[in-house]
Write a protein that binds this ligand. Structure first.
Ligand SMILES: [Zn+2]
Length: 117
């Protein structure tokens, strides 16, 4: 029973913790900004600013839910935020398909096989 509980926990904990850490919204998805939104200066993705955050003039100190970095984020009008959403769509089109970790590892192994010759 204890073992079963431990297995269950090891499944649930990362699920709950992971969800609160970094959001993964599809590129270009329309967000709800509530009282105000800003665009992350690090990754250029728009997000809703938290209600209770430190004000720095026209900016707010906020943690970007996408890259997880803290920065002073300027409060943007909705039109600008929608523009940023559209910009994300453009990246989505330009993005090169990602190689999975497994494939990358296999490729590295293959490469190293021939290095000794
Ligand atoms: Zn960011």
């Amino acid at each position: 029973m204890i073992v079963f509980g431990a297995i269950l926990l090891s499944f649930i904990v990362p699920l709950v913790m992971g969800r609160s850490k970094i959001q993964d919204l599809p590129l270009g998805a329309e967000r709800k900004y509530g009282l105000g939104g800003g665009i992350c200066p690090k990754c250029r993705r728009p997000f809703a600013l938290p209600l209770f955050s430190m004000n720095l003039g026209l900016s707010k100190l906020a943690r970007c839910p996408y890259c997880g970095k803290w920065s002073a984020v300027r409060i943007q009008p909705l039109a600008k935020l929608r523009e940023a959403e559209q910009a994300e769509l453009e990246w989505g089109r330009a993005e090169v398909p990602k190689i999975s970790e497994e494939e990358k590892l296999r490729k590295e192994l293959d490469d190293s096989k021939y290095q000794g010759l």
